[in-house]
Ligand binder design. Structure first.
Ligand code: B3K
Ligand code: ZN
Length: 876
């Protein structure tokens, strides 16, 4: 396959200021007539050929200014259309007719059918599966779209922008015309046609524009759209208040479809969503689902300014819209919920998904310099680390200058296809700072490490902190440059309050943030009478790993007293992780396991601490996942021993706190009606976390089954089911709950996804056979991405003992299944394959088996570009 390079960017010779599309929809033969107004860019020779992108297209007709183009002046293949003899005038109209078969489009890119609904997905390069075009984000065009379809089959006809015309035609057909006044790149084009239920609302912007809001979902599910609608309205208000951004069209439509490659898509004025991130009712959605829906509705809405009004010059700039929009949705959720709890959850996600990516063969900079398949770069690095980089800009500049910079960004670049350099420049311009060293966060891959040690001299009242930074090598970047790392910190005194110091030298410190810019800093604080405990990277101010020489009692102290809630959580989480790692080593060495009493007690104290939010306590008491622990162990990992060590700690915590946990569990029972708000969700989260511990004690399975049967909402029901299947797999109680769940929700595919996922993530060697069996279940379908992700994806990426079986049968299953999925949907297969990205950290037997599996895939003929790219980078 071809490699695309950032440095090869050059503007296109031609532009397409106007695009008219006419769709005549039919399942097997949809006719698309594109009328493109093409203009030659100034200074380009009239002999320059016009080369349009295509992907699997069939050309039916080609005209220039209404006249057929002679066969010798163009060349059409399924993947491109080249015109050689082009009118000398610098503007002409190109008419292209293509024919598509949406019903047989299983890759879910371009125009396809989902549950009988016509829909599109064009980002990144799906538009070229609809018509020949300059399918690149820097070619902006004003679209007018006419859709014609059978009135009965598709009463609803939607596209981007505002509706301008509609009417009936003969033979039971009808049409609608949409016009989007905002020039946009082709990846933001969308069309939906079908028979869907609808929920309507309206919204008035600050300046008085009235916007009609519509959410379209499967008939009969209208009562599950209310939460998404509310989230949308709150997002619109928030973007006005916090970023000064108003909505700009007369309508905003959001459609939920059940076959979708990712979460959702921000098409201008017509967001298309995976129904998993729209539908919500207490009976079917967990608190986590509600939170995800809120975040994703907001994310796609926020793209209207960060992505649509200002788009990307090329796909290397993907983080320009994604990192920034993730940052915006994080801030939104923090404002709607609990800021500290939200931050902890974000950091957990970053560490679980981005850190392993950054530390393995798929590592790439937030702004990559090359790619073979762009769809493989919608990664945790581009999104989550990209968001952290924006957060650091705000930390460095302060909230006020950050907002000024954003205002300037919108003012200066509205209507542009912009770059990361443009983005950084606005912040340099408003602050007068030089961000060139900081820019390395975009250009350099790898998680930086800070090594820190401190010593206190009571006689001179001096605290000396030694900080050393290093950035590990990553693929094709063996030498790294030194980064600018904003490290928020505090010196915590014996009473838990931060202590003041007289002066500091050795590094710039502003507003509680220490700026690390050199390889090493010796930072001297004067006027520090008592020995403080160092609290570092407060609020996770920088996405780095820390190696701190902490005395164990310091971590205990921080876990109880740090005024920064994130750091408090972090300290306790580090203690738990260290305890599991110690147990892991003892398991491997056949030594008895021992856990410190102080740690077990602290768990009990945190559980009961009324000053802490319930959700915080739940997060604190959630043991690090096996994959989190494995990441910290980093090499020669034996997943079975990790599992043993983690389970042993869970049991000891439960035993040591059985009384406290039981009482609290009982006290937290809620009798009032369900509400999805953060405070209620926090109570449920804590109670369900306690259930997980209590289920390990005698009678635990019965208790979990009681919890399951008493549940009045999906959060509690799914939590109890997971406890039964993961802690008491094979028990009578687990079987009973699985059967009851299936009987109750068997007809709801999204709910059955939870049932699949819970079983696929049950630890132990038996799960592989269970997963194979479930693939034959009536509710499973290998063509639906949600089903594949919940059963196979979760097994491969969230089941350390089940998937990484020492006999390699998990990997054999992986080869078979990835190839099976790939036949239909290369993008989903490629995503699935990233489950192998940390294979080199495993112990040698598994490593060799994993390598064989990857080689087996690589040796297949006709592998898709998507899968080949992931497999080859993983093996490199
Ligand atoms: N921009 C889309 C993702 C498109 C993925 C293409 N493979 C959703 C989002 O980030 O909002
Ligand atoms: Zn996005």
């Amino acid at each position: 396959g071809q490699t695309f390079r950032l440095e090869d960017y050059r503007p296109s010779d031609y532009l397409i200021p106007e695009t008219k599309l006419d769709f005549t929809l039919s399942e097997h033969a949809t006719r698309v007539v594109a009328e493109l107004t093409v203009s030659r860019r100034e200074g380009v020779s009239p002999t320059a050929p016009l080369v349009l992108d295509g992907d699997g297209l069939v050309l039916k007709r080609l005209e220039i200014d209404g006249k057929p183009v002679s066969a010798d002046s163009y060349h059409a293949t399924p993947d491109s259309l080249t015109l050689r003899a082009i009118p000398a005038a610098d503007r002409f109209v190109l008419t292209i007719e293509t024919e598509l078969a949406p019903a047989s489009n299983a890759a879910l890119m371009g125009l396809y059918r989902s549950n009988g609904v016509y829909c599109t997905q064009c980002e990144a390069e799906g538009f070229r599966r609809i018509t020949y075009f300059l399918d690149r984000p820097d070619v902006l065009s004003v679209y007018t779209v006419r859709i014609e379809a059978d009135q009965a089959e598709a009463p609803l006809l939607l596209s981007n922008g505002n509706p301008v015309d509609s009417g009936s035609l003969e033979k039971g057909r009808h049409f609608a015309v949409w016009h989007d006044p905002f020039p946009k790149p082709s990846y933001l084009f969308a069309l939906v046609a079908g028979d869907l239920g609808c929920v309507k609302d309206s919204y008035t912007t600050t300046s008085g524009r009235s916007v009609e809001l519509g959410i379209y979902i499967e008939h009969g599910k209208e009562n599950q759209a209310g939460y998404a609608m509310d989230a949308l309205r709150r997002s619109m208000r928030w973007d006005e208040e916090v970023f000064g951004r108003e909505y700009d069209l007369d309508v905003f439509n959001l459609v939920a479809v059940s076959d979708f490659n990712m979460g959702a898509m921000e098409n201008k004025g017509l967001n298309i969503f995976n129904d998993k991130y729209v539908l919500a009712a207490e009976e079917t959605a967990t608190d986590a689902d509600f939170a995800n829906i809120e975040a994703i509705v907001a994310h796609e809405y926020f793209h209207n300014w960060t992505g649509n009004r200002i788009t990307c010059r090329d796909w290397f700039q993907l983080c320009l819209k994604e990192g920034l929009t993730v940052f915006r949705d994080h801030e939104f959720s923090a404002d709607q919920r609990s800021r500290a709890v939200k931050r902890i959850a974000e950091v957990r996600t970053l560490r679980a998904h981005q850190f392993p990516e950054d530390q393995g063969p798929l590592a790439h900079p937030v702004r990559p310099r090359r790619y073979r398949e762009i769809n493989n770069f919608y990664t945790a690095t581009v999104y989550e680390k990209g968001s952290e980089v924006v957060r650091m800009i705000r930390t460095i500049l302060g909230a006020e200058l950050f907002r000024k910079g954003m205002d300037l960004y919108f003012e200066r670049h509205d209507g542009d296809a912009a770059t990361i350099e443009d983005f950084l420049t606005v912040f340099e311009d408003v602050s007068g700072r030089d961000l060139s060293q900081f820019a390395l966060w975009y250009h350099q891959a790898g998680t930086p490490n800070l090594s820190v040690s401190a010593s206190h001299n009571p006689s001179t009242a001096e605290l000396t902190v030694e900080i050393e930074q290093s950035v590990p090598p990553t693929p094709s970047e063996s030498r790294k440059r030194l980064m600018h790392i904003p490290l928020a910190f505090g010196l915590v005194g014996h009473d838990g309050k931060d202590i003041a110091y007289a002066s500091v030298e050795g590094a710039t410190v502003e507003n509680g943030v220490l700026h690390v810019r050199k390889r090493s800093h010796t930072v001297r604080f004067t006027g520090v009478e008592e020995r403080p405990v160092l609290s570092l990277n407060r609020g996770f101010s920088a996405p780095v790993s820390l190696s701190v020489e902490h005395k164990p009692e310091d971590l205990f102290f921080l876990a109880s007293h740090d005024s920064d809630e994130f750091s408090r959580w972090q300290a306790f989480n580090t203690l738990l992780t260290n305890a599991v790692i110690a147990a892991y080593r003892n398991t491997l060495g056949d030594k008895p396991l021992h856990f410190e009493e102080g740690l077990l007690e602290l768990a009990g104290r945190i559980a009961q601490d009324e000053r802490l939010e319930h959700a915080f306590r739940a997060l604190a008491l959630t043991l690090p996942a096996e994959s989190d622990v494995a990441r910290d162990i980093s090499h020669n990992i034996d997943p079975d021993a990790v599992h043993a060590g983690r389970d042993a700690l869970a049991l000891r915590i439960a035993e040591a706190n059985s009384g406290v946990f039981s009482k609290l569990y009982d006290d937290l029972r809620m009798s009032d009606a369900f509400t999805p708000d953060a405070a209620s969700a926090g109570r449920r989260a804590l109670r369900n976390t306690l259930l997980d511990f209590l289920s390990l004690l005698p009678g635990g399975a019965v208790k979990a089954l009681d919890h399951f049967q008493a549940a009045t909402n999906m959060t509690d029901r799914a939590a109890a089911l997971a406890v039964l299947v993961h802690r008491h797999g094979g028990s009578e109680q687990a079987r009973e709950a699985l059967a009851a769940f299936e009987a109750r929700h068997g007809a709801d595919p999204l709910v059955m996804d939870k049932w699949f996922m819970i079983q696929a993530t049950a630890p132990g060697t038996g799960t592989l056979d269970a997963v194979r069996g479930l693939m034959k279940h009536a509710a499973f379908s290998i063509g639906n991405p949600n089903r594949v992700r919940s059963l196979i994806g979760s097994f491969a990426s969230a089941n350390q003992t089940g998937f990484h079986r020492a006999d390699g049968t998990g990997y054999a299953f992986f080869v078979e299944t990835v190839l099976e999925v790939e036949k239909r949907n290369p993008q989903v297969a490629a995503r699935l394959a990233t489950a192998m990205r940390s294979w080199r950290s495993l112990e040698l037997t598994r490593q060799e088996l994993a390598r064989q599996a990857l080689l087996a895939i690589q040796s297949q003929d006709g592998l898709s570009a998507d899968l080949r790219d992931i497999i080859e980078r993983t093996l490199a």
